[in-house]
Ligand binder design. Structure first.
Ligand code: PLP
Length: 221
């Protein structure tokens, strides 16, 4: 079980020059694989499942920056609040309030990205543009001192048609820049995975989440 070291070095090189952060998505992969990248100097790792990220964070070096990229249930925030670096998939005000509450317990400020639904597929996850604005306009948001809404996250349609993917990323980038003009704290645009990260960067992504190119295909669970 080895990581694709050559692919890592190439992708890392490609991204560093463009100021794009690489989140290595290690879900379903063993801690040994994470350590291999860690030893090459990598620190940003992404996971989708609460139990898995908690187990791995316990076993691995404390200077890893853990990204939660899956769908986070409100009742599970408490398990990750003391160590999580960035939560990518926030899609309700209720969840933001819970993150704030848990972060307060640890005297931390947790950075969050709001997930926007840009793909054609029907899924439960992600906000449409109206819902996004509603959250940003919440009066109560200013009182949430232990979170920071640092940007947006999105996933393009699952399709071979890269023009469709490009249009979706462009749309998200457009939403992102509009908000950024009013809020300088808004600085992260997390979009792009193994199959579409190049397109995502061309369309303005500054954080990509890459799994299979680095760790090999997953046997799904
Ligand atoms: C699994 C996952 C990724 C990584 O996918 P790859 O195709 O393996 O690069 C990125 N983002 C999210 C939200 C994921 O769930």
């Amino acid at each position: 079980m080895a990581v694709h070291k050559q692919a890592y070095l190439e992708i890392n090189n490609e991204l560093t020059g463009r100021q794009v952060t690489l989140v290595a998505v290690s879900k379903t992969k063993p801690v040994e694989a994470i350590l291999e990248l860690y030893e090459l100097g990598h620190r940003d790792f992404g996971e989708n499942y609460v139990q898995e990220i908690v187990d791995k964070a316990e076993k691995l070096p404390k200077d890893i920056r853990w990204h939660f990229i899956g769908h986070l249930q409100t009742n599970k925030v408490k398990y990750i609040a003391d160590f999580i670096h960035l939560i990518h998939g926030v899609d309700s005000f209720r969840l933001l309030k819970e993150v704030n509450k848990q972060a307060t317990k640890y005297n931390r400020k947790i950075e969050c990205l709001l997930q926007v639904h840009i793909a054609k597929e029907e899924t439960k996850f992600g906000l449409d543009e109206n819902e996004l604005q509603e959250i940003l306009n919440e009066e109560e948001i200013k009182s949430l001192k232990n979170i920071s809404i640092s940007g947006l996250m999105g996933m393009a349609s699952f399709t071979e048609n890269l023009q469709v993917v490009r249009d979706e990323f462009a749309r998200l980038h457009n939403i992102f820049t509009k908000i950024q003009k009013q809020d300088p704290a808004f600085r992260i645009l997390s979009m792009g995975m193994s199959s579409d990260y190049k397109v995502a960067i061309e369309e303005g992504s500054n954080m990509v989440r890459i799994g299979s190119l680095l760790f090999g295909e997953r046997t799904y669970k």
